[in-house]
Write a protein that binds this ligand. Structure first.
Ligand SMILES: Nc1nc2c(ncn2[C@@H]2O[C@H](COP(=O)(O)OP(=O)(O)OP(=O)(O)O)[C@@H](O)[C@H]2O)c(=O)[nH]1
Ligand SMILES: [Mg+2]
Length: 1093
């Protein structure tokens, strides 16, 4: 535990004002773990000589081998300047694949150290982590690291370095500035809107004049941004070289500057009097000194000068350090005493980062208000909890609130209670055992018998020990936000969908987790078996942890999957979910080497799912066990974990399953050889229909007209739907993709309105929904899309995907999707409208959902397709069968229904009347219930409508930013070109010889890309791939040559050059679908070898 005792840390935990919870964030390889090493070494946990080499917080073997951090881990440190401070430090990974680990770290902190490499400057992940810190409302401080590279690698002069550092500061501030401005704008817009509403209420009759001028900059001027930017004057920037162990904070007037003054006198570079202006002062006071030290020690190895410097600085250097062949050893020995990095960083952290007490009301409200609900619409008791948060009190009666941001697995045998005992403990236990034995001997025979039985569990325990030894225990990575966590205490575990209002109404008042409580949805009860202090690789057992601290909790694995909110009060709402930057996209199917080990694999995958915040584990329809990860490195780690920790069996992983999307495009006007296409594709459709008919499917239920309108009748001939597929404009698809969360919320709202419940929706959500609608309206222009937005029936697949179902059925008016936007009495209106909905409405939506979930090309989801239902007739006999599945009152409802469906098609109304007359006709026919038939018919109709248009595959595309030097630029382009990558732009990074290339690359071609680039450039360039968007592959997978020339040029099947066809066939083959391929190409050339002899 270093030189701070556990008791000291426990004492410090009780004073939240002096606690700092912080994480280290940066782009990959900018030196987070090295910096953390220096801070850890300041507590004596590792030796100073090893700091930077050990990477103490990278405790996994693969982290050490690969040299990158893969999980976030916490350590508690003690720091003393004028007061004692406790720092709960979390080191996070910088690799994009592990960005979910960053989210879990950021949530538990109040502040962050942003590390930036002085050579590379602001990189994509730097921006991402700044944004994450911003979204979580935590305050950042900056460390510009690797200054030594400016001296030794780039060989800049101190003056040049000064301008370089200034540019980096500008870049970082530009990112923060953008985040800040957008927030101010948002707030301003909200304020304006509120004011407008008030005005509107005041003068309802008065029409607002349209010439209102918005002064957007006004908000910016008012807003306080003094704390926002990084500036050496503010004291929130440290310049450092973590590997050499030094760092300084220019604004710090205490030790370092005094040292500088001292150094200058003896260093005699230039007299301070000559210094003009602040800029010069910085260069001369600080940078020049460092530059000449590097020059003397590393570059020139000037022994005399070094000795002079050592003497003048008053630092002590061991003889073996000064004799060491590597000058860096001497350098860090001098620097770490002269400008100790830990001192500079820790004093900045204690001064500039907020303590748990300083948590703002804004942050609390943000954490506590989930989904579309407003904070002030939450129950009163819930709102009261905000006070507990802000006061940060840890009294006996204060509610306990804990947030678990992830679960991590540790070997059971490394838990503190299972660790090898010390000599004293062994002696104590021996004494106890001896006493027990004596007692037992003294007892009589019968008692002895019973005791021997009691002894049995002990025996079995021993038996089960070997198995337990290699077991994993889950520890929750958590923070206490209010109250005191006590060992053994029982708490409510609140799932993300838990509703405090519902919980409070269902539970008796004042009930606690010890009581027997009724079953409330999304609420369970768990006891915290052990509490731990997280000390990097080790855990220390604690009895209680007061508010404001980061801790580990054992005993939650049954109730918490990945993250959860724990509380002793049922009024506590679940915290908002973590926001993850990366989407898991890389899928592989996994199977055990020996089929008999399947149960072990299943168990292992379940454990992995729990232990990784981002990995997903699922079983596909095909029965395959699939693992979805964020990228190749992440996949590798997950597989390693499965093999070595969770399943402990040999496994084999399939090649990555590449996701595709299916879509339709506008029919082309001319084909490849510039001939008018005419009705070529329609010929293909008719061909297909004929084919299906010959396969025994009665084609008289299916009709495709020349415009692509597909009409399909259910097998019992009672219902008919006509559907047409239309490609959506690309912007609309993008908009739908980016607004999935909002559409999901909209769907929830509509669902509850349909059920007659009213939801108190926050104005912000309503505004966002209105914004979405307006955007859709502006994008869907033209005759074809007239009134389309009003007629949207549903989104799909899964009700929020990027496809649209349109209701163009003449005379059918169902409640609008946007009904929540309507003013006035919403629920009443909705109720009335709901009556206007046809009974089988849901079947149509379900059919559409199924059709969009897997398309006809290779059963991949659809994207950017609009299906418009243009006719929907139901014959009379259809209804009775349906009604048997409906509730009794639906018939009586019928009267209401047909009076509401104004102008509805005659068959419908007539059908209803007949239905009421002939309820006995409900005897099921051989085709099953009508609702089911309609779902199937709708799905088929959509699929045919889709095929009636020119179909295309869409490929997932990564963006990547590669930093490379001029020499290897050509090779990078080579690799990109080979893998069908496209370079978007290339620029030279100022002040360096590095080029930054931004390119896009199909996911399908990306496997092994990073490795190949690294190999081809001898490790000089390493790309980071981030999923960006979906792109239509321009070649038509269904294209076949029709003319003589095409036949000659592309071959009979045109499959040689058709990339889309290759992708499609690969997917079909994987899924076990029929692939149209010639297996034997030239049959006449085949012969039996035996006969020829
Ligand atoms: N020259 C120089 N190299 C440094 C410095 N700090 C760290 N490094 C080197 O940079 C590399 C990456 O350092 P890490 O501390 O592992 O970086 P990280 O930010 O933790 O990386 P991830 O956790 O993978 O994101 C290592 O090889 C370090 O030795 C520094 O101040 N100067
Ligand atoms: Mg690291």
């Amino acid at each position: 535990m270093g030189h701070t005792s556990l008791d000291k840390i426990i004492a410090l935990q009780r004073n939240p004002a002096n606690i700092r919870n912080l994480c280290i964030l940066a782009h990959v390889d900018h030196g987070k773990t090295t910096l953390a090493d220096c801070l850890v070494a300041s507590n004596g946990i590792i030796s100073t000589r090893l700091a930077g080499k050990l990477r103490y917080l990278d405790s996994r073997e693969d982290e050490q081998i690969r040299g990158i951090t893969m999980k976030s881990s916490a350590i508690s440190l003690h720091y003393r300047n004028d007061q004692d401070y406790l720092l709960n430090l979390i080191d996070s990974p910088g690799h994009i694949d592990f960005s979910s680990e960053v989210s879990t770290a950021v949530r538990l902190c109040d502040g962050a150290i942003i590390v930036v490499d002085a050579v590379e400057g602001v990189c994509p992940q730097t921006q991402a982590v700044l944004r994450q810190a911003w979204l979580e409302n935590i305050r950042p401080v900056l460390v510009i690291n690797k200054i030594d590279r400016l001296i030794l690698e780039l060989k800049l002069t101190s003056q040049e370095a000064y301008s370089h550092l200034q540019k980096i500061l500008e870049q970082v501030n530009a990112v923060t500035g953008t985040l800040f401005t957008s927030k101010v704008m948002e707030e301003r817009a909200e304020k304006e809107k509120k004011e407008e509403e008030v005005e509107e209420e005041e003068k309802e009759s008065k029409i607002l004049s349209g010439d209102q001028v918005y002064d957007w900059s006004a908000g910016l001027e008012e807003a306080d941004d003094s704390q926002l930017y990084f500036s050496p004057d503010q004291g929130n920037v440290v310049f450092a070289s973590a590997i050499d162990g030094w760092g300084f904070r220019p604004a710090c007037r205490t030790r370092p500057l005094a040292d500088f003054g001292f150094a200058i006198k003896s260093f005699h570079i230039q007299a301070v009097e000559q210094v003009k202006g602040k800029k010069q002062l910085f260069v001369q006071l600080v940078l020049d000194n460092i530059w000449s030290l590097y020059d003397a020690v590393v570059t020139r190895r000037d022994k005399e000068k070094v000795e002079k410097v050592i003497a003048s600085l008053g630092v002590k250097v061991l003889a073996r350090d000064s004799r060491h062949s590597d000058p860096k050893v001497l350098l860090s020995a001098i620097c770490s005493q002269w400008l100790p990095l830990a001192q500079a960083v820790l004093s900045m952290v204690c001064e500039k980062l907020p303590s748990p007490i300083d948590m703002t009301a804004e942050r609390v409200e943000k954490l506590m208000s989930v989904g579309p609900r407003r904070f002030d619409s939450l129950p009163e008791q819930t709102q009261e909890l905000k006070r507990a948060f802000l006061q940060c009190s840890s009294g006996e009666n204060d509610p306990l609130i804990i947030f678990v941001s992830k679960m991590f697995a540790v070997d059971t045998k490394t838990l503190p209670q299972n660790r090898p005992l010390t000599q004293e403990e062994i002696a104590q236990r021996r004494e106890l055992a001896r006493q027990r034995h004596a007692d037992r001997m003294a007892a009589d025979q019968t008692a002895a018998e019973s005791r021997s039985q009691e002894g049995q569990p002990g025996l079995t325990l021993k038996d089960s020990q070997p198995e337990e030894e290699d077991q994993q225990t889950f520890v929750a990575f958590a923070r206490v936000y209010s109250g005191v966590a006590k060992k053994g205490r029982r708490v409510f575990v609140l799932g993300p969908k838990y509703d405090p209002a519902q919980g409070l109404s269902m539970m008796p008042e004042g009930s606690s987790a010890w009581d027997r409580v009724p079953a409330v949805p999304h609420l369970s009860i768990c006891s915290m078996d052990s509490l731990y202090l997280l000390m990097g690789r080790e855990l220390e057992e604690l009895d209680e942890v007061p508010v404001g601290n980061v801790l580990g909790i054992r005993g939650l694995e049954e109730c918490v999957l990945k993250s959860a909110t724990l509380s002793t009060s049922p009024a506590c709402p679940p915290f908002i979910p973590l926001n993850f930057e990366a989407t898991p996209i890389l899928r592989v199917a996994i199977e055990p080497k020996h089929p008999s080990e399947m149960p072990k694999l299943v168990r292992g995958m379940r454990l992995l799912n729990q232990a990784d915040p981002c990995a997903e584990v699922l079983i596909q329809e095909t029965g395959e066990h699939v693992l979805v990860t964020a990228g190749e490195v992440h996949l590798q780690r997950c597989l390693d974990d499965l093999r070595k920790r969770f399943a402990k069996i040999e496994i084999s992983a399939s090649k990555p399953i590449i996701p595709f999307r299916e879509t339709v495009v506008r029919p082309p006007k001319v084909d490849m050889v510039n001939e008018d296409l005419g009705k070529q594709h329609k010929v293909a459709i008719i061909h297909q229909v004929k084919e299906e008919a010959s396969q025994g499917r009665p084609s008289d239920t299916l009709h495709v007209d020349h415009s692509g309108l597909v009409t399909l009748t259910t097998p019992n001939r009672l219902a008919t739907v006509s559907v047409r597929a239309i490609p959506l404009p690309q912007e609309v698809t993008c908009l739908l993709e980016s607004s999935t969360e909002l559409i999901r919320t909209l769907e929830q709202v509509n669902m509850s309105l349909r059920e007659g419940k009213s939801l108190d929706i926050s104005p912000r959500t309503l505004e966002a929904i209105a914004g979405l609608k307006a955007q859709l309206e502006s994008l869907l222009q033209g005759r074809k899309w007239r009134n389309a937005v009003e007629h949207i029936w549903a989104f799909g697949p899964r009700r929020y995907g990027p496809n649209i179902l349109l209701n163009l059925v003449e005379g059918y008016q169902r409640p609008s999707l946007w009904q929540c936007l309507g003013r006035g009495d919403q629920s009443g209106e909705a109720g009335a409208q709901a009556a206007g909905m046809r009974d089988l409405d849901n079947s149509i939506v379900s059919g559409f959902q199924l059709a969009t979930l897997s398309g006809p090309m290779c059963e991949e989801p659809l994207m950017g397709v609009c299906f418009s239902v243009e006719r929907w007739d139901i014959q009379s006999a259809a209804l009775p069968q349906h009604q048997d599945s409906l509730k009794e009152d639906s018939i009586s409802h019928g009267a209401l229904t047909d009076s509401r469906v104004e102008g509805s098609s005659e068959t419908w109304t007539a059908g209803l009347c007949q239905a009421r007359r002939r309820p006995q006709a409900a005897s099921a026919d051989c085709y099953g219930p009508v609702s089911g038939q309609l779902i199937a018919a709708m799905k088929e109709a959509c699929r045919h409508a889709f095929q009636a248009q020119p179909q295309r595959l869409m490929a997932a595309i990564y963006t990547c930013e590669i930093m490379a030097t001029a020499e290897v630029l050509g090779r990078v382009y080579g690799v990109l070109g080979k893998r069908e990558g496209r370079v978007l732009h290339e620029e030279m990074k100022e002040g360096t010889d590095m080029f930054i290339i931004k390119a896009v690359l199909p996911v399908a071609e990306s496997f092994g890309f990073a490795d190949e680039i690294r190999k081809r450039t001898s490790g000089l360039a390493s790309p980071q791939l981030v999923f960006s968007h979906w792109e239509v592959i321009s070649s038509d997978p269904c294209w076949v040559p029709t003319t003589e020339e095409e036949y000659l040029h592309f071959g009979e099947k045109a499959d040689s050059a058709n990339q889309a066809l290759k992708y499609m066939n690969a997917v079909r083959r994987r899924k076990g679908l029929y692939v149209e391929e010639k297996i034997v190409e030239h049959a006449e050339k085949q012969r039996t070898l035996g006969k020829n002899k």
